[in-house]
Design a protein around this ligand. Structure first.
Ligand SMILES: Nc1ncnc2c1ncn2[C@@H]1O[C@H](COP(=O)(O)OP(=O)(O)OP(=O)(O)O)[C@@H](O)[C@H]1O
Ligand SMILES: [Mg+2]
Length: 402
């Protein structure tokens, strides 16, 4: 490090001749020197202004170098100091170093001895100063980030409660439109003109869809409001039950859907929310493999460092990875309603739940070949089973072939 020789040195020595000789020599070397024969006056000077280095004699009648150093560091905690001592006092010099002196030099000394020692002390001083500035910047930045974080959380809460109240309040009118259009079609079915019926059916379908969107939005906005109920969740029975439920809803799928369930073990989290994650991912896997013969759905987990990565893989329609960043946004869909039904909220719910559990989720896909969704939970929230892969031969199969 380059130390400018204009560094300010405070020199204290009760012997005025030595003090003057040293001050003059170091001034000639380009340092700015201030000298005192009295330690107390040196301390007064330290209170008034900053010095880059304190160069003090050890043995002084009024106040010794150690006491001076201790007092100086009470005024300026980063004060760098070098103690000058006679041969006989090396033990005391060691004590001075314990009190915070950076180095000591034994008197009498030559210029070529003291200059490198001064330079090293000034380098240390510079490092300490930079360090302190960096610490201060980190502290300030952390504070700023904490404030920004708190503001973001508040905005988030506001947004959540806004979307909660909006969706909550929209529910009733949407239901009214649906109920009354159904009622009208039922009660006046004979008098509705033939051209009018399809229009009414559009109204009914629109109201039904709006109702579904509102319900989904409500479910999403409720997620941030409810506290997490942490507990152990056994994933293997859960996965089997969910697969059975899905197959029961579409019994024909048993004919040509193969489901392979690897050993999942258990995780810690909010049981109903974790279940929702699996429900949404598995529903998607079922939905997007509907056209496949056979449809293949695999679920399992693997260990990645300290985290367990769970996955749901299918060989269905897949999606274009170019739009993968949209997957977890509310109402974002990569397929049209006519191809695959849905409101585009399922994955945003999954994302929010995983986020609340300290994990992350991502997906990969090939159009026409299928998709895989991976997610983690916070490291201490998942405990994988010993066997974390999906072994083809031991795979659990449901459906036919089961
Ligand atoms: N397994 C999958 N294979 C292919 N595309 C998928 C898969 N899962 C999700 N996607 C794409 O991501 C979009 C968003 O999924 P998401 O589950 O949020 O909504 P959705 O299934 O369309 O509707 P819902 O709100 O009823 O779940 C889907 O519309 C689809 O385009
Ligand atoms: Mg979905």
């Amino acid at each position: 490090m380059n130390i400018p020789p204009s560094a300010r040195l405070l020199i204290v020595d009760d012997e005025s001749v030595q003090l003057k000789a040293l001050s003059d020599t170091l001034s000639i070397e380009g340092y700015s020197t201030t000298g005192f024969t009295s330690a107390r006056r040196a301390l007064d000077a330290l209170r008034d202004q900053e010095f880059d280095l304190l160069l003090t004699d050890l043995m002084m009648p009024e106040m010794d170098g150690i006491a001076l150093l201790t007092a100086a560091r009470a005024i300026s905690p980063d004060q760098v100091a070098i103690v000058m001592t006679g041969h006989a006092a090396i033990d005391t010099a060691v004590k001075a170093m314990q009190a915070g002196a950076l180095d000591y030099i034994v008197k009498p000394f030559r210029l070529n001895i003291i200059l490198p020692v001064i330079n090293r002390a000034l380098s240390v001083r510079d490092l300490r100063r930079t360090n302190r500035q960096l610490e201060e910047r980190v502290r300030q930045r952390t504070q700023e980030l904490e404030v920004a974080n708190r503001q973001l959380e508040a905005v988030n809460r506001e947004l959540e409660s806004f979307s909660y109240s909006v969706s909550h309040d929209l529910r009733a009118p949407a239901r009214t439109v649906l109920a009354f259009s159904e009622m009208y079609m039922e009660d006046f079915k004979d008098s509705i003109p033939a051209e009018g019926l399809p229009i009414l059916k559009h109204v009914e379908a629109g109201a039904r869809r709006m109702g579904q969107l509102i319900e989904d939005l409500l479910a999403l906005s409720q997620l941030g409001r409810q506290p997490l109920l942490q507990g152990r969740v056994d994933l293997d029975p859960l996965a089997r039950r969910l697969i059975e439920d899905l197959l029961a809803k579409e019994p024909w799928r048993r004919q040509h859907t193969t489901v392979r369930i690897g050993t999942l073990g258990h995780c810690n989290g909010d049981a109903s929310l974790i279940e929702q994650v699996w429900v949404n991912l598995l529903s998607n896997a079922f939905k997007f493999t509907r056209e496949r013969r056979p449809g293949i759905i695999e679920l399992g987990c693997r260990t990645d460092g300290s985290a367990t990565v769970y996955f749901v893989r299918d060989n269905g329609a897949g999606f274009n990875m170019e739009y993968a960043h949209k997957l977890f946004g509310v109402f974002q869909r990569l397929h049209s309603e006519s191809e695959f039904e849905g409101t585009g909220v399922g994955l945003s719910i999954v994302h929010r739940i995983i986020e609340r559990h300290g994990g992350r989720i991502w997906a990969e896909s090939d159009v026409g070949k299928g998709a895989t969704f991976h997610f983690t939970l916070a490291a201490d929230q998942s405990t994988p089973a010993e066997d974390q892969n999906v072994p083809a031969d031991e795979s659990c199969r449901t459906g036919t072939p089961i």
